[in-house]
Design a protein around this ligand. Structure first.
Ligand code: ZN
Ligand code: ZN
Length: 350
């Protein structure tokens, strides 16, 4: 049996999001259907709604930072029961058989993972619809358990902004004694600071605006370096084991490479596209420029558990569904500390 779901959708690349009703795909035995309570607003929601990457499939119901409670389960579901607090991040399926999937790295599935919205379901070819909606459906293997002790409305961004920065922190073994720098203080950057700090690393924020210093320190940064000030940049030469670069547009990496320690890595998590750098400081210090995208399901579960233990959530501004278009505009101006989260009760009421 299928049923209709109320949502907000982009119908084309030019128009604002509008109320939209879609038919949820047929439930399968391993499916969990979730009543959505909160959904984070990610930059990629805006990029996809406006077809900035050229592969959008309309209508698009965005949203891949989804928090809610289990509404119903299929006959073979063993991991969840009705009423559980759960989440869905950026993926709802993958091939489950390739080498990446076998390593729990479904985000790098060789056949391509099934995105939470804007993809086609692997089994029945219906479109996937995201979290700007009343309910969402996914296989239990792509549903995450969410700790009950956290502030529910502030958890959602952990599922994209959080895992995107957590995965490189874990991959490059950040812990006590590590020196980590973060470039950019937005949705991703503020989570990177909180998580690196909670892992006992010494954390530095690179920023172009001096007025972000107090905010960065409040989030857990030990140092703030103005990247536009050559003297300050020189003072951190050969320092960092890992730099997490969250900047979402093309920018010059050359000033950052000399600040990496021997064998250090700068990992790009925000920008897709060509970039230029200079191999000399890389070769002379065995330094790397790398990239990373979100994280696997098991890794995301570990992050949620870690956040539960350390009482970490995102800094959010809660909005009503009806205000999403204004929120998109403010997000473009970086006018949010640090993530919008939609309270989905506002959709039920409309
Ligand atoms: Zn995202
Ligand atoms: Zn795969």
């Amino acid at each position: 049996m299928t049923h209709n779901v109320l949502a907000y959708a982009a119908l084309d690349s030019k128009s604002p999001l509008v109320p939209y009703t879609f038919q949820q795909r047929q439930a399968r035995p391993d499916d969990v259907i979730i009543d959505i309570e909160y959904c984070g607003v990610c930059h990629s929601d805006l990029h996809q709604a406006r077809n900035d990457w050229g592969f959008s499939r309309y209508p698009i119901v965005p949203g891949h930072e989804v928090i809610g409670r289990v509404k119903s389960i299929g006959t073979s579901v063993t991991k969840f029961k009705v009423g559980d607090l759960v989440g869905i991040g950026c993926m709802v399926d993958s091939c489950r058989t390739c080498s990446a999937c076998h390593q729990g790295l479904e985000q790098y599935c060789e056949a391509g993972n099934t995105q939470t919205y804007g993809s086609l379901d692997r089994h029945d070819q219906t479109p996937t619809y995201g979290g700007y909606a009343q309910t969402i459906i996914a296989s239990q293997d792509f549903v995450l358990k969410v700790p009950e002790n956290l502030d529910t409305q502030s958890i959602a961004p952990i599922l994209c902004a959080g895992i995107t920065t957590w995965s490189p922190l874990k991959h490059w073994n950040v812990g006590k004694g590590s020196k980590v720098a973060v470039v950019g203080l937005g949705g991703l950057g503020h989570m990177a600071i909180k998580l690196a700090h909670a892992l006992d690393a010494e954390v530095t924020l690179f920023t172009r605006s001096a007025n972000k210093e107090q905010d960065a320190r409040d989030l857990g940064a030990d140092h703030v370096v103005l990247s536009t000030d050559p003297t300050q940049m020189k003072s951190v030469k050969n320092q960092f084991d890992l730099i997490i670069d969250t900047v979402p547009y093309d920018h010059d990496l050359k000033p950052y490479i000399p600040t990496l320690a021997l064998s250090g890595t700068l990992v790009l998590v925000g920008y897709l596209g060509e970039f230029s750098s200079n191999s000399v400081p890389m070769i002379m210090g065995r330094k790397s420029i790398a990239g990373s995208v979100i994280g696997g399901i098991q890794e995301t579960q570990e992050l949620l558990d870690f956040c539960g233990q350390h009482n970490i959530v995102s800094d959010v501004e809660v909005i009503d569904m009806q205000n999403i278009n204004e929120a998109f505009e403010r997000m473009l101006q970086s006018d949010v500390k640090y993530r919008f989260v939609i309270d989905m009760k506002s959709l039920h009421a409309s």
